[in-house]
Design a protein around this ligand. Structure first.
Ligand SMILES: NC(=O)c1ccc[n+]([C@@H]2O[C@H](COP(=O)([O-])OP(=O)(O)OC[C@H]3O[C@@H](n4cnc5c(N)ncnc54)[C@H](OP(=O)(O)O)[C@@H]3O)[C@@H](O)[C@H]2O)c1
Length: 251
């Protein structure tokens, strides 16, 4: 029996990177999956890869008006869901001296406020016994120049896993987090990080030196962790974080 047979999942930011790999993993484990992203053509390309058990919704998790409409959009596909993977996020970096309010708000709106209210709006659709997983980051644990706001947005999610697990006990809904170290995804690009080719290469080389296993992780390695939290293999696990970082923080 496949581990997620009969379950329905929604993955925010499911058209790329870790979210897309998790959609593949969930479907391989028997689930039906709704993916969200901001760009219709990126969603369409992902749906072509994922096949008939995937559906797509264009949705910006930094926009409260769209968040308030999400549950109705989901209901067009399914009345209930079992799994929410809150994965959509941006990685933007600047020093405390250089940080501008617009970048601060963008990071916090998408990574924290958007995550919180997406969960709030979808909760009425979640079946009792459901599983919610946040994608955080080891940046929530380490000190890295330029990462203060990104790290704070992810640390805030770690606070949610405990408080919301406590609050949702009557419905047996578990809230957990995966905290990846560096993972090869389209996030590591000059456009998404707002840096030059040279800076990107230097950054990559610098990061690998800090990872005991000597490489970036893959999206598929993170997807396996998410799948564990999503499945009934982890029914006694709540308010927990699994750090998947090749030892960068854990060793
Ligand atoms: N890669 C790493 O090294 C790493 C490490 C630790 C944590 N993470 C976390 O992992 C998550 C996924 O990142 P990734 O590495 O897989 O990068 P990615 O390939 O860039 O994927 C990010 C996804 O989030 C979506 N997204 C971003 N802003 C959104 C918004 N406002 N509304 C809806 N969707 C939005 C993107 O959709 P669009 O196509 O519309 O932009 C995309 O589907 C992020 O939360 C990131 O912080 C990544």
């Amino acid at each position: 029996m496949k581990k997620l047979a009969g379950k329905t999942a929604i993955i925010t930011g499911g058209n790329s990177g870790i979210g897309l790999a998790t959609a593949h993993e969930f479907i391989a484990q028997g689930a039906k999956v709704i993916i969200t992203g901001r760009n219709q053509s990126a969603i369409n390309a992902a749906l072509t890869e994922l096949g008939e058990n995937a559906y797509g919704i264009v949705f910006d998790s930094g926009d409260m008006q769209q968040i308030k409409k999400l549950a109705d959009q989901v209901k067009a596909f399914t009345p209930n869901i079992d799994i929410i993977f809150i994965n959509a996020g941006v990685g933007k970096f600047n020093s405390v001296e250089g940080m501008e309010e617009a970048m601060f708000d963008e990071i916090m709106n998408i990574n924290f406020k958007g995550a919180y209210f997406t969960l709030q709006q979808l909760l009425p659709l979640v079946n009792d016994g459901g599983s919610i997983i946040f994608n955080t980051s080891i940046n929530a644990h380490i000190g890295m120049a330029g990462a203060s706001v990104y790290a704070a947005s992810k640390a805030a999610l770690l606070s949610l896993i405990k408080n919301l697990s406590a609050e949702l006990l009557p419905r047996r809904i578990r809230v957990n987090a995966v905290s990846p170290g560096p993972v090869v995804t389209p996030l590591h690009s000059t456009t998404k990080l707002g840096i030059s080719d040279e800076q990107l290469q230097q950054m990559g080389e610098g990061i690998v030196k800090q990872v005991p296993v000597g490489r970036f992780g893959t999206s598929e390695e993170i997807a396996k962790v998410v799948s564990f939290f999503a499945s009934d293999d982890s029914t006694f696990v709540l308010g927990a974080e699994l750090i998947a970082d090749g030892g960068m923080y854990t060793l």
